[in-house]
Design a protein around this ligand. Structure first.
Ligand code: GLU
Length: 266
């Protein structure tokens, strides 16, 4: 049975993690990038507005600089992000252009959500871009973000963006199929729908699997789901490696990944 969403999907936020965009040498995964852009353009062709939250700046920056092991100090990561972000946008720009679409870069930090004026400015820019048919590509402004205010592989950032954009759905794509039930220390079946994030659910989520790539993991995703839920935005965590995953989830309503839908309070 196709999945039903509480509201018609007119505006969605799609978030992709670094592990989908860079290979083990931290070089761009061209097939993934192409497929993501094509699927986003397919949604646009159907009249759905898409805000794209993309990580990958640090990973691709490290690749460009020939650094194989993720540094632990913040300035080195910030420098890598400065290199990688430019590369990322070049790649996206070319791919969107091939489909006759324009994309734009928005880099945000925590302060942009915390300060009313900045929040309003970001929100206005986003709305104008969407109104003009542009695909905004959002990342954290890593060059000026430090550890204390970092969003954590953009999971939290994507939730805050989804709230700011008043999106109808947030789809977080990573390299896992969703949240799995854990019984006796073993992962059993994938949970396809969750209505409340309880302590049991949290216990099933682990940390990030590959520290070389990013700081995210299932826990940061669950935190993001909770932020989005406060703004009444349902979320889906799914595997970005599943063929045509965006199209299947959004256009066909296929029940891929784990769907977090907080039941409205009575
Ligand atoms: N904003 C970062 C990026 O795009 C997040 C990932 C990380 O912490 O490595 O690279």
């Amino acid at each position: 049975m196709p999945r039903r969403f509480p509201r018609k999907l007119k505006r969605v936020v799609i978030k992709v993690g670094s592990s989908l965009l860079a290979n083990h040498l931290m070089k761009p995964q061209e097939t993934s990038l192409k497929s993501l852009v094509n699927q986003i353009c397919d949604l646009k062709d159907k009249g759905i507005e898409v805000v794209f939250v993309s990580s990958g700046a640090i990973a691709l920056g490290l690749g460009e600089l020939g650094i194989r092991v993720r540094p632990t100090d913040t300035p080195s990561l910030q420098a890598a992000a400065a290199v990688g972000q430019a590369l990322l946008m070049r790649l996206y720009g070319d791919l969107f252009k091939k489909r006759g679409r324009v994309c734009a870069q928005i880099l945000l930090t925590w302060d942009d959500f915390n300060t009313q004026l900045r929040h309003r400015n970001a929100c206005n820019t986003l709305n104008v871009l969407l109104g003009r048919g542009v695909v905004p590509i959002i990342n954290e402004n890593d060059t000026i973000s430090t550890d204390e205010i970092k969003f954590g592989d953009n999971d939290k950032l994507s939730a805050m963006v989804a709230a700011m954009a008043r999106a109808n759905l947030l789809v977080m794509l990573s390299d896992v199929d969703g949240l799995y039930r854990k019984e006796g220390g073993k992962l059993t079946e994938k949970i396809s729908e969750i209505h409340a994030i309880t302590d049991d659910i949290r216990a099933m989520a682990g940390g990030a699997r590959d520290r070389n790539f990013s700081k995210g993991g299932m826990i940061t995703k669950l935190n993001a789901v909770e932020i989005a839920a406060l703004a009444q935005v349902p979320c889906i965590i799914a595997n970005g490696q599943t063929p045509e995953v965006i199209r299947r989830i959004i256009l066909d309503g296929e029940p891929l990944g784990t769907y977090f839908l907080r039941k409205p309070a009575r």
